[in-house]
Design a protein around this ligand. Structure first.
Ligand code: ADP
Length: 504
């Protein structure tokens, strides 16, 4: 079965929709992942910031434990810190007294020492945060020590922000993932200064001393939105569902058509039956006439038989009785034909001789023709004309044509009808020609549609039904241009031999 263009178009649209939904869904889940990972990173950085606060507190305790700072101890602890926490790469204890020596893990420029002092003096208890002059990606934390107005030192930690965000997790090394860390005033510390990306997230690190700004972003490409394997799987699944649903829908539609056709067929056969019964009514007078003849003959022969029996001529009785039997059989055959017409029966498609049809129609309508003064000439070929159809239905169609012809010509002087059956070009052709007025022009266009009639009391069903019966077996029924001004109806049915090989 070939797919219709609209089905392929709808399939294409569905695939596009699926691709769009997939891309949106992927982008949404990537944004959620970024949000999740950014939250985790924020927590990690907050923890690390907390460690800086703790180190400052510990170092401050060591520095202010005695009147003079224990230089060795302080440096030992400081270098342990810088060893285990490589991001903390500078520890300085700067006495507020500018004359006293600075204790630190590395050399300290005098102007930076002044700045540390100034920050410690200005401190009211909080840790001061400032950029580390001359060191990129670094910031400096300054705490007064001891943490009272009588502070004697400025304690400073230099933090490498690049290392602070380092080793934050595999996610942050994925292509397309960007992050940036900035001082609270927005001065860049580490990463890209302004992360680009389709999805972004920004938050402040949860630390009172180091409220750094963390910005993250994710550049989402088409390969991220439409990962090949899941996309192919989704498209295959959508296609499968679509075609399966379409197939089921088509099957249901076909089943509906078959059911509807069966309903129409049932209606048609009821209509055909009703039409036959109607015709039967019309033929009732013909029936009387037909039966009167054999019954009268039987009566006459029975009377003759009684006379013969009374006069003792028993031998002559045999031929009288034979005659009676013949007449009774004739009457029975007439009744059989009428009964055949009136009885609904399943259609048959066996091959039969269409000449029989013509003969039966002749027998059925001869009385009506005779009483209407119409002359009908029936002509059939010498050889059988075999067609595959229901004999009663074909008889009904031919009957309607001949009956219409009788009605068209009756009452006219020289009313004549010719019924001609012959095989022609692989078809059985039956012409019914009359010399009546011809079909009225105003109903020609609708002649074969139901309820088109000019006849008083007519139903307008005869021709419509006849055509339907004939078309059902691939035949045609038409009004054609005949040889005279009357009407010529032609029924043409495929010959049984033309459709299949004759086994004989
Ligand atoms: P009905 O006989 O009930 O009217 P039909 O379908 O048999 O229904 O015929 C429809 C109409 O076709 C008739 O009313 C008549 O006008 C026209 N018609 C049929 N056969 C002939 C004919 N042989 N000559 C003229 N008109 C005809």
């Amino acid at each position: 079965m070939r797919a219709r263009p609209w089905a392929i178009l709808a399939w294409g649209l569905l695939l596009l929709l699926a691709i769009g939904a997939m891309a949106l869904w992927q982008q949404r889940s990537l944004a959620q992942e970024l949000e999740r990972e950014s939250g985790a990173l924020n927590r990690l950085l907050s923890q690390r910031a907390g460690q800086h606060d703790a180190h400052l507190t510990a170092l401050s305790a060591i520095a202010s434990a005695s009147a003079e700072p224990e230089r060795e101890l302080f440096l030992e602890v400081a270098s342990t810190i810088t060893h285990f926490y490589p991001r903390i790469d500078d520890v300085q204890l700067v006495p507020l007294d500018a004359q006293a020596p600075v204790i630190g893990t590395g050399p300290l420029a005098p102007d930076l020492a002044d700045r540390i002092r100034a920050a410690a003096r200005a401190s009211t208890g909080d840790i001061a945060l400032m950029p580390y002059p001359g060191r990129a990606h670094h910031y400096l934390m300054v705490k007064r020590s001891p943490n009272t107005p009588a502070a004697r030192y400025g304690l400073a930690l230099g933090i490498n922000a690049e290392k602070l965000v380092d080793e934050a997790g595999a996610f942050w090394h994925r292509p397309g993932v960007v992050l940036a860390l900035a001082m609270p005033d927005g001065r860049p510390l580490a990463g890209q200064s302004h992360p680009s990306g389709v999805v972004r997230s920004g938050r402040v690190i949860d630390s009172a001393s180091q409220p750094l700004i963390l910005e993250t972003g994710l550049n989402v490409g088409w390969a991220d939105r439409l990962p090949p394997a899941p996309t192919a799987l989704l498209l295959a699944l959508v296609s499968l569902l679509y075609w399966a649903a379409l197939g089921a829908w088509r099957q249901r539609a076909r089943a509906r058509v078959v059911a509807e056709q069966a309903r129409i067929n049932a209606l048609e056969s009821r209509l055909a039956h009703a039409s036959r019964v109607n015709a039967l009514g019309e033929m009732a007078s013909g029936l009387t006439h037909e039966l009167t003849q054999p019954l009268t003959a039987i009566l006459a022969q029975a009377q003759a038989g009684r006379r013969l029996a009374a006069s003792g001529q028993g031998a002559a009785l045999e031929s009288v009785l034979d005659g009676m039997i013949a007449q009774a059989r004739r009457a029975s055959a007439i009744l059989d034909r009428f009964r055949d017409w009136s009885r609904p029966r399943p259609p048959s498609n066996a091959a039969f001789d269409l000449r029989e049809t013509v003969r039966n129609v002749q027998a059925l309508l001869a009385p009506k023709a005779a009483s209407s003064g119409v002359r009908i000439e029936f002509s059939v070929p010498g050889d059988p004309v075999l067609v595959r159809a229901d004999p009663v239905e074909m008889e009904q169609a031919a009957f309607n044509l001949v009956r219409n012809a009788i009605e068209a010509v009756e009452g006219r002087a020289d009313a004549r009808i010719a019924v001609d059956l012959r095989p022609q070009g692989g078809r059985a052709v039956l012409d019914v020609v009359d010399n009546g007025p011809g079909v009225a022009p105003d109903i020609r266009a609708d002649l074969f549609t139901p309820f088109a009639t000019t006849r008083e009391g007519g139903m307008g069903l005869g021709l419509a039904l006849s055509r339907r019966l004939v078309e059902r077996i691939d035949g045609d029924l038409d009004l054609i241009d005949g040889p005279n001004p009357g009407a010529t109806f032609r029924m043409a049915i495929p010959l049984a031999g033309a459709q299949e090989e004759d086994p004989s």
